[in-house]
Design a binder for this molecule. Sequence first.
Ligand code: GDP
Length: 313
Amino acid sequence: MRAVREDVRNVAIIAHVDHGKTTLVDAMLKQSGIFRWNEKVEERILDFNDLERERGITILAKNTAVRYKNVKINIVDTPGHADFSGEVERVLKMVDGVLLLVDSFEGPMPQTRFVLSKALELDLKPIVVISKIDRPDARPNEVIDEVFDLFIELGANDDQIDFPVVYTSGKGGIAKLDLKEESRDLRPLFETIIKYIPAPSGDIEGPFQLIVTTLDYDDYIGRIAIGKVVRGRIKAGEEVAICKKGGSIQKFNINNIYQFEGLRRVPVEEAKLGDIVAVSGIRDIEIGETIADKDNPEPVDFVEIEEPTVSMT
Ligand code: GDP
């Protein structure tokens, strides 16, 4: 049975380093109502990895989620560099749209070209976010023209070129659809995501399939596989089949299923089509493998690491 998950949106953020991604996601988290009044926002969200900080590029795809009205918005980070093209593909396969974040002074930068070209190739819906609009040197109109030129150059289709634009200041916690408009919060950004990013859809009653995009490790719960449910549903504790890369099948009982809520993983009873979840209890699992129904273990076709198709110059 085909279902549309109107209560979920899955988006990836594409941004050049320093264009304000972390600050904006921080602000979205603060406003999404996930944090109780006495809860401190932990340091920075997306760039807690020291190695990443050192190298100034995002190495690991991280998951976070915000709630707006009755919709859960899963936000996944994309590695901004073509060296991680395999990971870029995997991350983009989880989402139905992208936020292309561009600094209102600097304009589009080469690091985001590759990821954007992949997103356009995969026919994902883009929303252009012009960030740091409070900068005194902001030149948003020119920057939009530059983004437009980039879309044309990358061969975007008519629908993609007709992208919605949201102007934001992560620092000020505001978003607006029109520069002349007054704004007090990020609501216009949340509304645009819900309006333009398609809700995930697919077969919700068919045999379960989850494609593993990221692995994590926790001292208490051990190895954690993270990915999107692409078909069916699953309950905590159920037995599943792992479709290994070599073609073999292994059976495991999953322990817990977790959804992302803000920066945390929260245990849930069930995951279904369209959800991005973490599961524990599978000792032997690799990125790119499929967690599947134990009686119908079908692997999801998966693109392995490819050479960049767009030059970085
Ligand atoms: P990231 O590398 O894309 O995650 O960027 P960060 O969020 O870490 O921001 C990079 C720099 O830009 C930091 O010095 C921030 O203080 C600054 N910055 C981020 N958002 C804004 C904003 O909305 N307005 C202004 N003026 N500066 C910002």
